[in-house]
Design a protein around this ligand. Structure first.
Ligand code: SF4
Ligand code: SF4
Length: 88
Protein backbone atom coordinates (compact mmCIF):
# COMPACT_ATOMS: atom_id res chain seq x y z
CA UNK A 1 0.00 0.00 0.00
CA UNK A 2 1.23 3.46 -0.74
CA UNK A 3 -1.12 5.87 0.87
CA UNK A 4 -0.14 9.16 2.36
CA UNK A 5 -2.14 11.26 4.74
CA UNK A 6 -1.62 14.98 5.04
CA UNK A 7 -3.15 16.79 7.97
CA UNK A 8 -3.20 20.53 8.39
CA UNK A 9 -2.43 20.28 12.09
CA UNK A 10 -2.79 24.05 12.47
CA UNK A 11 -6.51 23.68 11.92
CA UNK A 12 -6.95 20.32 13.62
CA UNK A 13 -8.99 20.70 16.80
CA UNK A 14 -8.10 17.31 18.24
CA UNK A 15 -11.72 16.19 18.15
CA UNK A 16 -10.59 12.59 17.61
CA UNK A 17 -13.30 11.92 15.00
CA UNK A 18 -10.82 10.58 12.46
CA UNK A 19 -9.17 8.27 14.99
CA UNK A 20 -12.51 6.80 16.03
CA UNK A 21 -13.72 6.51 12.43
CA UNK A 22 -10.68 4.66 11.06
CA UNK A 23 -11.65 0.98 10.67
CA UNK A 24 -8.08 -0.28 10.97
CA UNK A 25 -6.78 1.95 13.78
CA UNK A 26 -4.19 3.55 11.56
CA UNK A 27 -4.52 6.91 13.29
CA UNK A 28 -3.41 7.95 16.73
CA UNK A 29 -3.84 11.37 18.24
CA UNK A 30 -1.72 12.37 21.18
CA UNK A 31 0.16 15.14 22.85
CA UNK A 32 3.85 14.93 23.64
CA UNK A 33 4.89 15.74 27.15
CA UNK A 34 7.42 18.56 26.77
CA UNK A 35 9.59 17.21 29.58
CA UNK A 36 9.60 13.45 29.17
CA UNK A 37 8.66 13.35 25.47
CA UNK A 38 6.14 10.64 26.30
CA UNK A 39 2.78 10.37 24.63
CA UNK A 40 -0.19 11.82 26.46
CA UNK A 41 -3.42 10.50 25.09
CA UNK A 42 -5.68 13.03 26.69
CA UNK A 43 -5.47 15.93 24.31
CA UNK A 44 -5.78 19.30 25.95
CA UNK A 45 -6.63 22.51 24.25
CA UNK A 46 -3.62 24.66 23.58
CA UNK A 47 -1.06 21.88 23.68
CA UNK A 48 0.80 20.66 20.65
CA UNK A 49 -0.85 17.66 19.11
CA UNK A 50 0.51 14.92 16.96
CA UNK A 51 -1.69 12.94 14.63
CA UNK A 52 0.22 9.78 13.96
CA UNK A 53 -0.48 7.87 10.80
CA UNK A 54 0.46 4.25 10.19
CA UNK A 55 0.73 3.85 6.44
CA UNK A 56 1.25 0.11 6.80
CA UNK A 57 -2.26 -0.25 8.19
CA UNK A 58 -4.06 2.33 6.08
CA UNK A 59 -6.46 0.87 3.53
CA UNK A 60 -7.00 4.16 1.74
CA UNK A 61 -10.73 4.06 2.43
CA UNK A 62 -11.07 7.82 2.95
CA UNK A 63 -13.32 7.40 5.99
CA UNK A 64 -11.11 9.69 8.08
CA UNK A 65 -11.34 12.39 5.43
CA UNK A 66 -15.12 12.21 5.55
CA UNK A 67 -15.14 12.13 9.34
CA UNK A 68 -13.14 15.31 9.79
CA UNK A 69 -15.50 18.22 10.48
CA UNK A 70 -12.86 20.74 9.49
CA UNK A 71 -11.66 19.23 6.20
CA UNK A 72 -8.05 19.20 7.26
CA UNK A 73 -7.18 15.68 6.10
CA UNK A 74 -5.97 14.98 2.61
CA UNK A 75 -5.41 11.43 1.44
CA UNK A 76 -3.34 10.53 -1.55
CA UNK A 77 -1.99 7.34 -3.01
CA UNK A 78 -2.78 4.47 -5.27
CA UNK A 79 -6.51 3.97 -5.64
CA UNK A 80 -7.30 6.52 -3.01
CA UNK A 81 -9.96 9.15 -3.09
CA UNK A 82 -8.10 12.41 -3.09
CA UNK A 83 -9.75 15.09 -1.08
CA UNK A 84 -8.42 18.59 -1.09
CA UNK A 85 -7.55 20.06 2.28
CA UNK A 86 -8.37 23.66 2.82
CA UNK A 87 -5.23 25.47 3.74
CA UNK A 88 -5.10 28.56 5.87
S1 SF4 B 1 -7.96 6.30 4.80
FE1 SF4 B 1 -9.19 4.79 5.97
S2 SF4 B 1 -7.70 3.27 6.71
FE2 SF4 B 1 -6.53 5.09 6.09
S3 SF4 B 1 -6.26 6.30 7.97
FE3 SF4 B 1 -8.13 7.07 6.92
S4 SF4 B 1 -9.85 5.89 7.82
FE4 SF4 B 1 -7.93 4.81 8.33
S1 SF4 C 1 -11.17 14.68 12.60
FE1 SF4 C 1 -9.99 16.45 11.77
S2 SF4 C 1 -10.06 17.99 13.42
FE2 SF4 C 1 -10.66 16.03 14.33
S3 SF4 C 1 -8.75 15.16 15.18
FE3 SF4 C 1 -8.99 14.34 13.08
S4 SF4 C 1 -7.84 15.76 11.75
FE4 SF4 C 1 -8.18 16.80 13.70
Amino acid sequence: MAFALHVNIERCTGCNNCVVACPVDALELYTLDPVTNEKIYKVKHGKAMVLDFNSELCAGCGVCVEACPHDVIRLSGRGAVVSEARVG
